[in-house]
Design a protein around this ligand. Structure first.
Ligand code: PLP
Length: 397
């Protein structure tokens, strides 16, 4: 088998070995239940609080408890659960209001929930984006009113990496008494986050996107806002999320969060440079490409590149033969190969949307990985264009 060149880190990441090492003792050695009275279980509870502090530091959340506990950090099972809980809790906290504002380019973890809520009588307003994936701020500003319960806008888009003006949107929401939630699943660990400075009410994170295990997530829920759990059960997470804790994964996430905080500068400088190098070299070698998203304001690890007049599935299959893992900008539903809702919302021409690849890098990628892509990708594109009837008709003119 080829060496794997993994450039699909917005889908999921490799678990850091230090995270695995931190998790290991909590399976067979310290397997006590953190809710138990005995010291054996109680010591596990203390480690969970340490992880909670690690996550709070990454998110810029203070420790507001007299015992130095980061009470606003709630451990969940994933980013999706955090998103669902946040919106439901916000609607409950602003019961008299019936309007939800979100964007057209959110992850299904928000969009599918909003669709369901629209069936339950809520008015859901979707803010459009422009060709670079930037929010229509005039539309957003006009829509936020006294009936708006929650504005839920992602920090950064998973397909293009475009970063949204969260600080500005929080202020607009609060000015009308609405709450603000942000899906920071892609942003956490890649760009600085400070929930306190920005006065964010709810924020979602997913462990497996920042070199931690799958099956653990975080919801930041600001103190003072009435909270309603999504999952009822025991008193875990101070009654805000029932169910025995995913102990090992939570402890691992604490370590991953501390590492992510320490690695932010590397993301901003070296990782962004590696991503830029990939884009620049591909642009030199391959004609008729587009780089999608807000190039002035996007995640340091992400690039979305459209190769006109070919199908992304073929590109990905050929790259796969070289062990290169990337992903399509298309959501392939059975029987149809529609471009993703994000690319459609950006109104990319049909010929570009269908040939869009997302490369998402991580701290584990090297210059050699990128050189391999630069060597392998252009011939793949040339070969596919040779057999593309569209390219022969239009593209090669
Ligand atoms: N939100 C965004 C922006 C994502 O990219 C993802 C995962 O791809 C999620 C939410 C869902 O996270 P999880 O897989 O932890 O449920």
């Amino acid at each position: 088998m080829n060496k794997i060149i993994y450039l699909d880190n917005n889908a999921t990441t490799k678990v850091d070995e230090a995270v695995v090492a931190a998790m290991q003792p909590y399976f067979c050695e310290f397997y006590g239940n953190p809710s138990s009275i005995h010291t054996f279980g109680g010591s596990v509870a203390a480690k969970i609080e340490e992880a909670r502090r690690g996550v709070a530091e990454l998110l810029g959340a203070g420790f507001r408890d007299k015992d130095n506990i980061a009470t606003e950090i709630i451990f969940t099972s994933c980013g999706t659960e955090s998103d669902n809980t946040a919106i439901a809790a916000a609607l409950n906290a602003r019961r008299e209001r019936k309007k939800i504002i979100t964007s057209v380019v959110e992850h299904p973890a928000v969009l599918a929930h909003c669709k369901e809520l629209s069936h339950l009588g809520y008015q859901v307003v979707y803010v459009p984006v422009d060709g670079r994936g930037r929010l229509d701020m005039a539309f957003l500003t006009k829509e936020i009113d006294e009936d708006t319960a929650v504005v839920s806008v992602m920090w950064a888009n998973n397909e293009t990496g475009t970063i949204f003006p969260v600080a500005e949107i929080v202020k607009l929401a609060h000015a009308k008494g609405a709450l603000f939630h942000t899906d920071a699943v892609q942003a956490a660990g890649k760009v600085p986050i400070n929930v306190d400075a920005l006065e964010i009410d709810f924020l979602s994170v997913s462990g497996h996107k920042l070199h931690s295990a799958k099956g653990v997530g975080v919801l930041f829920a600001r103190r003072g806002i009435k909270f309603k759990p999504l999952i009822y059960g025991g008193h875990q997470e101070r009654g805000r999320r029932g169910g025995t804790e995913n102990v090992a994964s939570i402890i691992g996430l604490g370590v991953a969060a501390r590492q992510a905080l320490a690695g932010l500068e590397h993301e901003r400088t070296e990782l962004a440079a590696l991503r830029d190098y990939l884009e620049t070299e591909i642009a030199k070698l391959v004609p008729m490409i587009r780089i999608n998203g807000d190039l002035d304001n996007r995640l340091p690890n992400t690039t979305s590149i459209s190769f006109e007049y070919i199908e992304v599935e073929s590109i990905l299959m050929l790259l796969d033969r070289f062990g290169i893992c990337a992903s399509s900008g298309s959501a392939c539903t059975t029987g149809s190969l529609e471009p993703s809702h994000v690319l459609r919302a950006m109104q990319l021409p049909y010929t570009a949307a269908h040939g869009t690849i997302r490369f998402s890098l991580s701290k584990y990628n090297t210059r050699a990985d990128i050189d391999e892509v630069i060597a392998k990708l252009p011939p793949v594109i040339a070969r596919l264009r040779e057999i593309s009837p569209y390219w022969r008709e239009v593209g090669s003119e």
